[in-house]
Write a protein that binds this ligand. Structure first.
Ligand code: FAD
Length: 461
């Protein structure tokens, strides 16, 4: 007799495990099927390992500049084997933690590939094959790196972010194709540990979803790290015939390097059999869902990278909560995707939430932009982290703040405050910010959007 669950979740990444816990908290009997490791892309080959490597690289960067802080600490150099071991230990620890957390919520974890046979049956393929009966299904099967047909991954010279996180040695040189979030973060890791890095971006700026000043400033900062950034350049082919890879660009230029990291985006994934068995509606590779995270099949929900709305772990968390609520009798909707924060852990960091200036322009919103630099902030100067600024965007018509864009040392940690402030009725002048703190720059920029900053010189509005 097959086991029976109220809800089965396919995939144990941030979307899947969050949905499982929330469904269990609501009293449902829940099973989760994971074919590889709990934690999904985020924990095993994404957010966490990349931040672990960035953590080591950032520490190295600070140590290299110790003399600026009045310290003499001699030569510092990376030990890549230890950096990798530290990263692997962090991942292993969290992997165990997530599995334990899910199990402690009385969710049954099945190790194997889950294929949906119908809206009420799932087959689990592992060493045995087992079928389970289900009330509702949440698909959280994630995504994979986009492969470019004319230069496919070979896992050796042409690699994806997965291999880039686990290279056995620091390459002498690396060309990164794609100046998006993953490409820029990996550029910071490898350049800091001594690899000669070139970022090639087809569009005319890096981090193209942000306002132009962000890409321009980051390119300048990348130069200080030794990163060459080439924008408006298309890669036409890669020749891997000799010991080095030769990256050929439109117009005839070429770059020789040891590794080519292709970081041109991610693509939603879901098993072909599941799609066919359910006749699921798909757009491109993404599973089509409505605001309730319902697919085209009653009782089947989809979330996270598999629906491709954010390609972010915290986007998957939010969608998981909505799907879990609805699958257990609630009535929730995913609203305000633009208020999902965007964080880039480069040196310096980039963080934004809400609308950018260029998005406002596209939408015909007339804006006033307040700004404040880190160079006039006491704590930033004390920490020798003075690069960058915060810009706050006010809708001139109704006076509401519609977006915040930040570039600076620790701006990702201020995203929650920026998000919480957008749409609040509380006046920023009534909120007391600790002094000296880096977050005072957020207050100054916010007030500057209304022409009332105490520490930013008056501007014409
Ligand atoms: C290098 C890198 C850095 C990143 N950094 C960040 C970051 O800093 N912040 C951020 O928010 N996001 C980041 N992301 C994105 C983030 O990892 C994803 O958005 C997030 O993991 C999506 O969660 P998910 O649950 O939808 O899918 P996934 O995490 O991909 O999980 C899907 C899971 O489903 C399993 N699965 C698939 N098919 C089946 C099946 N048939 N049966 C059983 N199991 C199956 C897979 O094995 C996988 O474990 C990064 C990604 C990469 C690649």
């Amino acid at each position: 007799m097959s086991a029976n669950y109220d809800i089965v979740i396919i995939g144990g990444g941030p979307g899947g495990y969050a949905a499982a816990i929330r469904c269990a908290q609501k009293g449902a009997s829940v099973a989760l099927v994971e074919k590889e490791h709990m934690g999904g892309t985020c924990l095993n080959r994404g957010c966490i390992p990349s931040k672990a490597l960035l953590g080591s690289a950032h520490f190295l960067l600070l140590a290299k500049h110790a003399n600026l802080m009045g310290l003499e600490i001699g030569t510092v150099k990376p030990n890549w084997t230890k950096i990798q071991a530290r990263k692997d230990a962090i991942v292993a620890g969290f992997r165990k933690g997530v599995a334990g957390l899910v199990a402690s919520n009385k969710v049954k974890i099945y190790q194997g590939r889950g294929i949906v046979l119908s809206a009420d049956k799932v087959r689990i393929e592992s060493s045995d094959v087992e079928e389970i009966s289900v009330g509702k299904i949440i698909i959280a099967t994630g995504s994979e790196p986009v492969e470019v047909p004319i230069f496919k991954f070979d896992g050796s010279k042409i690699i994806s972010s997965k291999e880039a996180l686990s290279l056995p040695e620091i390459p002498e040189s690396m060309v990164i194709i794609g100046g998006g979030v993953i490409g820029c973060e990996m550029a910071c890791v490898y350049a800091t540990v001594g690899c000669r890095v070139t970022v090639v971006e087809a569009l005319d700026t890096i981090l193209p979803n942000e306002d132009d000043w962000v890409g321009k400033t980051l390119i300048k900062e990348f130069k200080k790290l030794g990163i060459t950034t080439m924008v408006g350049k298309k890669v036409t082919s890669i020749d891997t015939g000799s010991s080095q890879a030769k990256v050929l660009l439109e117009g005839g230029e070429s770059i020789d390097c040891e590794k080519v990291l292709v970081a041109v985006g991610r693509r939603a994934t879901c098993d072909k059999e599941t799609i066919e068995n359910l006749s699921l509606e798909i757009q491109g590779a993404k599973i089509v869902v409505n605001e309730k995270m319902e697919t085209s099949v009653t009782g089947v929900y989809a979330i996270g990278d598999a629906v491709g709305s954010t390609y972010l772990a915290h986007g998957a968390f939010m969608e998981a909560e909505v799907a879990a609520d609805n699958a257990t009798g609630g009535d929730e909707e995913m609203k305000n995707y633009h208020l999902i924060p965007r964080a880039v852990y480069t040196f310096p960091e980039v963080a934004s939430v809400g609308r950018s200036e260029k998005k406002c322009k596209e939408m015909g919103i007339d804006v006033v932009v307040g700004s404040a630099p880190f160079r006039s902030n006491g704590r930033s100067v004390a920490h020798n982290e003075t690069v960058g600024e915060i810009r706050v965007i006010r809708n001139r018509a109704n006076d509401e703040i519609v977006g915040v864009t930040m570039l600076g040392a620790t701006v990702t940690e201020m995203l929650a405050a920026a998000r919480a402030l957008i749409g609040t009725n509380e006046k920023i002048t009534d909120i007391c910010f600790a002094h000296p703190s880096v977050s005072e720059v957020l207050k100054e920029a916010w007030e500057d959007a209304y022409g009332i900053s105490l520490h930013v010189p008056p501007k014409r509005l």
